[in-house]
Structures are given as structure tokens and as C-alpha cells.
Design a protein around this ligand. Sequence first.
Ligand code: C2E
Ligand code: CA
Ligand code: CA
Length: 611
Amino acid sequence: MSTLTGQAGLWCFVLLCTALLVSFFVLTRHWDTFKKKWQKSEKSEKEQCAAQRELEYQLQLDQIILENTKEAVVITDADASILYINQAYTQITGYEPREIIGENPRVCKSGHHDQAFYESMWNSLLQKGKWSGEILDRRKNGEVYPKSLTIHAVYSKSGEIRNYIGIFTDITEKRKVEKQLKDLLFYDPLTNLPNRTLFEKLLDQSLLNSQFHDKPLGLLCVDLASFTDINNTLGYKAGDDLLIQVSKRIRSGVRETDTVSRSYSDQFMVLLSEVKLKDCPVLLSRRLLRALQQPFHIAGEKIFVDACIGISLYPEDGIDTQSLVKHAHTALNVARKRGPGNYQYFHTQMREDLVHRVTIEREMHHALEHKEFILYYQPKYALATGQMAGVEALMRWQHPQKGIISPAEFIPIAEESSLIRAIGEWGLKQACYQVKVWQDQGMDVLPMAVNLSAKQFQDKGLLPLVLESLEANKLKPEWLEIEITESILMENPEDAVRSLRELRKVGVQIAVDDFGTGYSSLAYLKKFPVNTLKIDQAFITDIVCDAHDKAIVSSILTMGQSLNLKVVAEGVETKEQMDLLKAMGCEEVQGYYLSKPLPPEGIAELLKKSN
Ligand code: C2E
Ligand code: CA
Ligand code: CA
């Protein structure tokens, strides 16, 4: 038994030694491989630690960035329950993390967006994983504010949404600046009223609305006549104050539903959106004019303002903004001519007049260049001798298509533009030249009377022009007679006296044309240094049968005699008129009875016949 035990022990010993030998052999054989593997596992553990540290550092960095960025960050889980907010979020919304974590961001909803808005946001998030846009939300204190928001969906490896990250900025300030810029673009900074750009946009919209509902609209164009004078005399500050006060009066003179705008300088537009009664624009115009007639108190002074109003209506006067504004302006021009405190509706006739005026004006430029203006001459006769006592130059327009056009048709249009200066200058020079031509032919047709328009009369260059025209033809000044209507003289009598004196000083004769129609007083007549009064045709036409006209002519003749002025009767068409005028003591007559205005050759023939 002990032998058996000893043998077994031996075998165990041998086996153990063999195993050890084999192990030693394997170990020595694969030592390098083992060594490398061991070293590698030691190294990757180190790398892992470093990466772990790097990750922690990165997270720390991210945390610092998240907490200090100006943009608010909110992170939710897949069910939109808030997990994290940064400091900026608290600053913008007023919510502390403890108040909002676990809540749904919809607690900040402002109620300003409809269901469709949120549906489209969620669709975009679910389909594209991202939504960005501007949204109105509510702060904790209840204030609604605009924000620029981007939401990203974050996915797990299996492709399911794990989180949503919302990043937003408060754009309240940006909106404020934008509004200020917009205000500058669309509002008049002085009166805070919509400017012309905005007014036209509002009118566009109102017109669309009116077209849809078949409702009329009214447009008033309010213009201050005396504003430039106030600016010039009291200064721009006073002018600004006046415009502010005027804007307030207009605003309070119309209804809440009406829109008032300052279109430019001293012009205001009012859009009447409710024109239920036909005369509503008239009632409002009257009310506005009455309000503006009351004195304004500016810079310690009482100031009175002259205003006029032009009215256009939709749809009668136009169906678009441009034509309604244009027609209100056209009506305003007519109101202005009628004088301060007037209002005027637009009429189709005005549009036709406007087209006519613009056409004539354009054609007159061409006519000047192409020498289409000519002068006719109408003689005046001395009643005592029956001799020609001078001629009056009367302009004609030889239009290539329309034939001879009367000055009554084109002179008033030329007077409204600056063209009258050029036309008048040509007329004066041509009349003087004609005197020279007749003289060279051995005829004395004197004096030569030339009509002057208001603009020419007020022109500083008148005297030099007169002197130049006389000089060019070697004419004596007394051979020229200037005719100025009584109404032009009475427009500004003081200035008229000065200009007339200058002309008289150089020896030019002066006749007051259309006398009796301009309401000049004897007091002024005494001051005007004139030579002749030309009784207007209106008093001559019925002089034989109308005692009233006869009395007026008689008093003019007496006035002329007492002031030592020559009196000429215009528009004498019959022998009876001429005989009566002669009996009444009138010196000279002019009219179709004796001669119509004639071309220069016609006058030459008349002279030859009388000799
Ligand atoms: P006016 O200066 O009062 O000229 C008189 C107008 O009466 C002229 O009209 C003349 O042809 C017309 N006339 C003369 N006798 C009679 C008559 O017996 N019966 C009638 N029914 N009419 C008579 P015309 O030539 O058509 O001139 C009209 C107006 O145009 C002138 O009125 C004047 O104010 C203006 N005008 C004419 N030529 C000129 C000009 O060269 N410069 C300016 N500024 N105005 C002018
Ligand atoms: Ca005349
Ligand atoms: Ca006349």
C-alpha cells in the first residue's frame, strides 16, 4: 500500500515537472508576444483615462459656453419636457431652472400664433429635424416679446428622437430699431402723420377694399397758401410750429376713420374712407376750412392762415391712387384761383382743360423755336381828326395744323408757365422792329402799343429789355406805349407805382388797359404815373342803350380829364357807338368798326389810302 502511494506521488511529481517544463518552454517561446500584449493593454488603459479627462474637460468647456452665451438654450427630452436651461434662458424669460425644468415649453406660449403655425413647426421638426423662425412668446411676467428661435432634434443611434435643443435670442431691441427706421421711412418726423409714401400705400389698400365692397372714397388735398411768407418772416422754427398746429387741427377736424397725411411742405391729404352722404367731403372741407381760419398762436404772435381744398372722389374721378391724387391737385389749383378759403370738387372738364393746357404748353415751346408767333396791329383813331393815332400790337399763333390761334387761348396758358417771358420778349422786340420797318418805308405809325403780362411787368429785367428793344431799332422811348391791365396794377399797387415810374422816367408811355374792370380807386389812379386809360369793351358794347354803361363811361371820361389823361374807347363796333363817344368827349377809339387787327401790310395799305 505504501509502495503504491509512493509510486503515485512519484508520477504526480513527474507530471508536475513536465507541466512546468512545457509551460516554461511555451513561455520562453512566446515571451515577446506576451510582453507586447501586456504592454498594449497597459497603454490603452492610459489612453482611455486621457480621453475620459479630455471628455470631462470638453463637457466643462461646453458647460461654461452654455452658461455664458447670450443665446438662450433649452434642452428637452423626446416628449418636450424641459431637462435643462442656461442662464441666458433665465435672463430672457424670467424662469429659474427649478420653476421650468420638467415643464413643457408651451408654458411660454403668447397666444399670438394659430394652430397652423405650431403644426408646421412640428412637421418641420419631425421631417427635417430642424425648425427656425421668429415667434412671439411670453415672459414669466406676462410680457409678450419676439424671439428668433432654432430647434434641433437630437437622435439616438437607433434613429429615434432623444432630445430637442432650442436656441433663441430676444429680438425686442432689433424690432424697435426696425420700427424706428420704418417710422422714418413712412412717417413725417415733424407732425408724426403718415408721409406721402405710406399714405399712397394706405390709399391703395382702401381702394382695393372699396372696389371689393363697392364703397365710395373721398380724397381732400388741403393746401396752406401763406405758409412760405410765414416761414420767411417768422423763421423756420415758427413755420414748423405752425405745421404741427395745423396738422392737429386737421386731425381733430376729421373723423377717427379718416387718414390724414402730410404729403409735402404745406400740403396735407385726407382720405375719407366713409363717404355715405354725397356731400360728406364738402361738409368736412367746410369744417376744416373754418377750423384753419381761426388764428394760430406762434412765437407770441397771432397768425392767420389761408387754406384751400381740392376734392376727388372714387370711383367718379379715378379708380387708382395716381389719378385720384392728381385730380385732387387739379381741383385744388382751381380752388386756389378762386381765392383763399375755397374748396373745389374735381370735374371731368378740368381733366380736359389740363390735357389741353399741357398740350398747348408743349406746342408753344416748339412754336417759339419755329417762329410760329406773329403780330397783328390794330389801329386807334383820333375822333377829332379821324386820323390813325397809333397801333396796338396783338399777338397771333400761326399753328401749322390748327391755323391762326387767338392770344386769348394761348396767352393765359403761357402766363401760367415761365414761357410768357420768352414770348413777351419776342413780342416787344418784334413790335419795335416793325416801327423801324414802317419808318424805313416812310410811314410813321406812332405810338406802338405793346401789351405786357403780369409776369413781364413784375420782372426786374423789364426796363433793360425795353431799352434794348428801343436801342436796337433807334426808336425814341415815347414812340412806345406799354399797355398794362388795371387788374395787374391793382394786384400790388405799391410795386406797380415803382415799376411804372421807372418806365415813365425813361420816356415810355403807359396805358391802363381794360379800365373799369379792375376796381382801382381814384386815390391809386392819381399815384399811377400813366398817360392813357383804355375803357374796357364791356362798357362800350351797350353804351348806346344802357344808361348805366353810359354813366360809367361818362365818369371815366371826367376822371381822365381831371387827371389829364388821354381816354381811349376799346371795342367800338358801330357808328352809333363812335358818334356817342365823340359827343361825350372821348379822344380816341379802337374797334372793328374802324379796323380789325391786321398784318403789317394791312396797316401800310390803310395808311396809303388815308393819305
Ligand atoms: P386786349 O389787350 O384788351 O386787346 C383787345 C382785344 O379786343 C383784341 O383781341 C382785339 O382783337 C379785340 N378787339 C378789338 N376791337 C374789337 C371789337 O370791336 N370787337 C371785339 N369783339 N373785339 C375787339 P385779341 O387780339 O384776341 O387779344 C386778346 C387779348 O390777348 C388782348 O386783350 C391782350 O390781353 C392779350 N394779348 C394780345 N396780344 C398780346 C401780347 O403780345 N402780349 C400779352 N401779354 N397779351 C396779349
Ligand atoms: Ca391791350
Ligand atoms: Ca383791352
